[in-house]
Design a protein around this ligand. Structure first.
Ligand code: SAM
Length: 473
């Protein structure tokens, strides 16, 4: 199928032939130092790289060049995102699913996983537990099931989540990770006030995709791959991409991922808001070793660095699928958002599940509390941010991108990060975390460039100390 990034047909904007040509081109040029230098120079302009250029760097194994890539990723991350890391948690609503995804424990044929679906009352209890940890931003997750988890259930759940105000707590942004759906349903999600619509492609390789999703509505590669176009047509302008690394050859997936981003930019004028980089994990009924394409930590880090330099305006998300050590490594290279204290079981925040009632989607590697994650970030020099301001002020899609491109982040995201961190410290942190945080806020206040914003932020911080909440720029 002829490659055409402007096409709305999956097989044309993710052209298999174009990916194969790209991989051959990357192999032929992986030691071509002149070309590699040229690509690195282009990346330094901070306007991103094409899938072809980025694939050459991914294939290149010359140690000095890989080091140059890492240094550049680190610099771009600093320039675009400063030292802020946005925090979130997943909330599993239901693990009923009609699909047959062979890597996912929710697959229809798995008869020994405990099937659960939260009632609105149970959602309320989960949200209170999440608010009591300090979370302000959630990603809701659900299996695909037309009768158990219809769109009405998802919409009602979003409504419930936003309505709960426990003590000083509030969930201020709900991102949604549910199966590909219709333009009409995306419009309903938009109206319900969702933040990002997240859908992992799992794999861009059509033939593998069909084998990995042998049954159920998710089997339809084109319907799944074209979902983001429908979401945008439905008015959602923040969309989150991702592939599940381990299912197919990572170089194929990486080229596909960038082609998808190029397609969204070409057709809708705005690229993906975020890219997630999940790796396949052990789960009930799932042994990741039975999949041949697992990637080691170094390759994983290289992919993260390359995403950073290839799409500098796209946030990058890493979940608790990864260990503390891996997270430490890749946060530096470009990750802008992480989850903390996650439970991947349905109803897992309120009470731990009994041994014989496992409903988890996958094993979590990073099992620390949110307070521990926040402290750890600050000890490494990062500001944990609970900010949700952009979305609430309508700065989504290209409006968010213009803020980023105008270099106004430091006068906006930076003070917002400090103020939401202050809220966390006042309401939820341990004494030790609070002490580190207060010091950090005092020092970081000086890094707000505009004097007026700095003064206003200091004033707001004081008011937060007195019990007032929810200031934002
Ligand atoms: N049912 C929705 C869909 O079809 O996209 C919601 C997604 S599911 C709750 C969230 C994601 O978890 C999936 O898209 C998949 O990439 C990931 N996942 C599934 N099984 C996994 C496993 N064993 N290890 C790691 N991630 C997994």
């Amino acid at each position: 199928m002829k490659y055409n990034p402007m096409s709305l047909k999956a097989e044309e904007f993710i052209s298999h032939e174009e990916i194969l040509d790209t991989l051959a081109y990357a192999d032929a040029n992986k030691d071509n130092v002149a070309l590699i230098d040229e690509i690195i120079e282009k990346a330094k302009l901070r306007k991103g790289l094409s899938h072809r250029e980025a694939s050459v760097l991914l294939a290149c194994e010359i140690p000095e060049k890989v080091q140059e890539l890492y240094d550049l990723a680190e610099q771009i991350k600093k320039d675009f995102y400063g030292n802020r890391i946005v925090m979130f948690a997943p909330l599993y609503l239901s693990n009923y699913c009609v699909n047959g995804c062979v890597y996912c424990p929710y697959h229809l044929k798995n008869k020994h996983i405990a099937r659960k679906k939260l009632t609105q009352e149970e959602i309320k209890r989960e949200v209170i537990a999440l608010q009591d940890m300090g979370h302000k931003r959630l990603a809701i997750e659900a299996g695909e099931h037309p009768t158990m988890n219809p769109i009405e259930y998802i919409l009602e759940s979003i409504n419930t989540i936003y309505s709960i105000k426990h003590k000083n707590g509030a969930i201020r942004r709900v991102n949604v990770n549910i199966a590909a759906t219709t333009v009409e349903n995306y419009r309903k999600l938009k109206e319900a006030g969702i933040g990002t619509y997240i859908l992992f492609q799992e794999t861009y390789h059509k033939e593998s995709y069909e084998q990995l999703h042998p049954t159920g509505p998710k089997h339809d590669y084109a319907y799944h791959t074209e979902a983001m176009d429908r979401a945008m047509e439905g008015g959602i302008d923040d969309v989150g991409l991702g592939v599940l690394f381990g299912l197919e050859l990572y170089r194929y997936e990486f080229a596909g991922l960038l082609m998808h981003a190029e397609h969204l930019e070409a057709v809708h004028g705005v690229g993906p808001h975020t890219i997630s980089v999940p790796r396949l994990k052990r789960a009930d009924d799932i042994d990741p070793d039975t999949f041949d394409n697992g990637i080691d930590d170094d390759t994983f880090a290289k992919i993260c660095a390359l995403i950073r330099v290839s799409v500098p305006y796209t946030g990058m998300i890493i979940s608790t699928r990864e260990s503390k050590a891996v997270r430490e490594k890749v946060i530096r290279l470009g990750v802008s958002q992480i989850s903390g204290a996650s439970r991947t079981s349905v109803g897992g925040y309120c009470e731990p599940e009994p041994e014989d009632e496992n409903s988890e989607q996958f094993d979590v590697s990073d099992k620390r509390t949110l307070d521990e994650v926040v402290r750890w970030l600050m000890e490494m020099g990062y500001i944990p941010s609970f900010c949700t301001a952009c979305y609430r002020l309508g700065r989504t899609g290209d409006r968010f991108m213009s803020l980023l491109k105008a270099g106004q982040i430091q006068n906006c995201c930076h003070p917002n990060a400090l103020m939401t961190l202050k809220e966390f410290l006042m309401d939820y942190a341990s004494e030790e975390t609070r002490a580190i945080g207060e010091k950090m806020i005092e020092a970081e206040l000086q890094n707000i460039p505009k004097e007026e914003v700095r003064r206003l932020c200091a004033d707001h911080l004081e008011k937060i100390g007195q019990g007032i909440r929810d200031f934002r720029f």
